[in-house]
Design a protein around this ligand. Sequence first.
Ligand SMILES: C[S@@+](CC[C@H](N)C(=O)[O-])C[C@H]1O[C@@H](n2cnc3c(N)ncnc32)[C@H](O)[C@@H]1O
Length: 184
Amino acid sequence: MEQDRRKWNQRYRSRSYPETVSGIVRRFAPAARAGRALDIAAGNGRNALYLARIGFRVDAVDISDQAVNDLASRHPMVRAIRTDLDRYELPQRSFQLIVNIHFLKRRLFPQIMEALLPGGVLIFETFVASDLAESGPTRRDHLLRENELLHAFLPIGIRYYREKTETTGRGRRRIASLVARKPF
Ligand SMILES: C[S@@+](CC[C@H](N)C(=O)[O-])C[C@H]1O[C@@H](n2cnc3c(N)ncnc32)[C@H](O)[C@@H]1O
């Protein structure tokens, strides 16, 4: 959506985001088979760059021209793709690993399952709606419902699932974390 593109360009131009690799990606990505990976809404590429460093060929997709241009030349194994995930169609049976961190686009759920190769791993972590939340998105369509992620990916076999309230420097937030592996 054009509004998202402008909003995120503005954010990436006005501040720098931490490059710390997401804990769940660091913990579970090495369990996936080597090959192609997809980072959905990759942002500054903190996770895509980590995946490239451990040997994956990574497609990093995001709507922000600023983020994609900054990422484009940072690693030869990362292909930065500027696209709107409201419209983009994921290629089928293409990836050994898909990561989706701090982003929610429900229309992609079935496509993610199709885009994984047999045995492919999905690592998904994002915000859950909670009365206790003090940080994270406020729009309802950017927030998961309780156990929604778990139910959405049941068809491909859940390996790990947790919902947890955590406190960061910006306040409390509720997070769902999921790892699934598509059957062979
Ligand atoms: C909270 S950031 C998360 C970035 C990254 N996954 C991470 O964990 O560091 C959300 C990202 O979603 C991207 N985004 C928002 N709407 C989008 C859309 N419609 N299509 C593609 N990317 C989008 C933004 O540009 C931003 O980089």
